[in-house]
Design a protein around this ligand. Structure first.
Ligand code: ADP
Ligand code: ASP
Ligand code: MG
Length: 415
């Protein structure tokens, strides 16, 4: 007997037929004698619909009170529905099951609404229920804050609910079921030649996820890596008896280093801000970053270059598009303290990254990457690197061309 956590994303529970199919996948594990905890997302499109309501009201109330803590109450409701529906579908198959909301477990988080971090999971009651042979169907994405309010874990957060639960329960397996049959060398929806990887190292997956490959939420990979818990990514769109090997996200193996680049990722959710004619003096970048941090805006890529005037510099950086308004008003309020001339915004950019642990021991990756982009006439705005990644900021219209060009430049279609 094993203890298994299974997670099903939005497309996997998109309607009652999909939920019935998921109940068959879960029932099989339960009938095999395993203890099963299931984490579900909202039906696909539902969270966006709910966020739309909040945004619409927020637009009405520009000068009204904060909306942050009610956001979570509203957008977490999609998961409540699917957890109940799956529990019913399981009971219809003769499987004992019940739903659990985040606050009922409880899954405790910090108070950062809309992007809360998990602080702990109280497993006593949940554990007992599993031991009693009851499948626990958990509403993903949600928890309870120190103030006793509903909190949510950021978009894609059900992956993190699942991994955290698997760690807390000491699960033998954590299976993330989604609408693709594993982790690919690039998003298979934009690179038809992308190839499923049998295995990928935690660090590579972490980098791919944080650079935009939304197949797993970044925090879920971080948690799995820190706890050395392998996760399997597989599809829920296959019959229960069909082969479904998926991708194992696990610790690095010697053979993985032989691949220089393992994957290409892209993100369209960033905006580029350029501060022109900043005073060229020590501390200026720190002031800009301080202003952004105080406004709760995280800065991603940063470059500083000299401007045409000798005593001034230009600073270019990127932030999440959702934070753009907040960032611009903070910059405006602190214009004199920072000391810049003008600000330019470009929200039609995207970030494209190549990732691979083999980069540590191989040279020439940057050359191959920049040559492939140059051949397609793709202009690079900003470059950022880490030990196992190179990212470039480019014109958003060039995203797909760039991703495909890099995929073939590194011959990722070949095993
Ligand atoms: P779920 O609703 O199951 O959580 P998501 O939509 O969050 O599913 O994530 C799955 C999607 O991630 C896929 O449909 C695919 O388009 C996208 N994706 C992006 N990069 C990759 C990649 N490298 N491998 C597989 N899927 C990827
Ligand atoms: N339903 C949430 C979202 O769409 C959480 C998730 O699906 O993981 O972001
Ligand atoms: Mg997801």
């Amino acid at each position: 007997m094993a203890r298994i956590v299974m997670k099903f994303g939005g497309t996997s529970v998109a309607d009652l037929d999909r939920i019935r199919h998921v109940s068959a996948l879960v029932a099989r594990e339960a009938e095999d004698g395993h203890e099963v905890a299931v984490v579900v997302s909202a039906m696909s499109g539902e969270t966006n619909r709910l966020v739309g309501f909040v945004d619409a009201l927020a637009a009405d109330t520009k000068n009204g009170g904060a909306i942050d803590d009610e956001y979570d109450t509203i957008v977490s409701s999609g998961e409540q529905v699917t957890s109940g529906l799956l529990a019913i579908a399981l009971r219809r198959r003769g499987i004992k099951a019940r739903s659990w909301q985040g606050w009922q477990i409880p899954l405790q988080t910090d108070g950062a609404h809309a992007s809360a971090r998990i602080k702990g999971i109280e497993t006593l009651a949940f554990n007992q229920s599993l031991k009693d042979g009851i499948v626990g169907v958990v509403a993903g994405f949600q928890g309870i804050s120190p103030e006793g309010r509903v909190s949510t874990l950021g978009r894609g957060g059900s992956d993190t609910s699942a991994v955290a639960l698997a760690v807390a329960l000491g699960a033998d397996r954590c299976d993330i079921y989604t609408d693709v049959d594993g982790v690919y060398t690039a998003d298979p929806r934009i690179v038809p030649k992308a190839r499923r990887l049998d295995r990928i190292a935690f660090e590579e997956m972490l980098e791919l996820a944080s650079q935009g490959a939304k197949v797993l939420q970044t925090r879920s990979v971080e948690l799995a890596m820190n706890n050395k818990l392998p996760i399997r990514v597989l599809t829920s769109f296959r019959g229960i008896d069909e082969l479904n090997p998926g991708t194992l996200v696990c610790e690095e193996k010697k053979t993985m280093e032989e691949r220089v680049v393992s994957g290409v990722a892209y993100a369209r959710d960033e905006a580029q801000i350029s501060l022109l004619r900043l005073r060229d003096e020590p501390g200026v970048v720190a002031r800009v970053c301080g202003v952004m941090a105080d406004a709760n805006v995280s800065v991603d890529m940063i470059v500083q270059g000299t401007s045409r005037r000798e005593d001034s510099a230009n600073l270019v950086f990127t932030i999440g598009k959702r934070d753009l308004e907040k960032a611009l008003s903070a910059l405006d309020e602190n214009k004199d303290r920072i000391g810049y001339d003008s600000v330019l915004v470009n929200d039609k950019v995207s970030k494209v990254s190549v990732v691979g642990i083999g980069m540590r021991s191989h040279t020439g990756v940057a050359h191959t990457m920049f040559s492939a982009l140059a051949e397609r006439n793709i202009n690079i705005e900003v470059i950022a690197t880490s030990e196992i990644k190179i990212s470039v900021l480019i014109d958003a219209d060039m995203t797909e061309l760039a991703v495909r060009a890099l995929h073939s430049a590194f011959e990722l279609e070949n095993p």
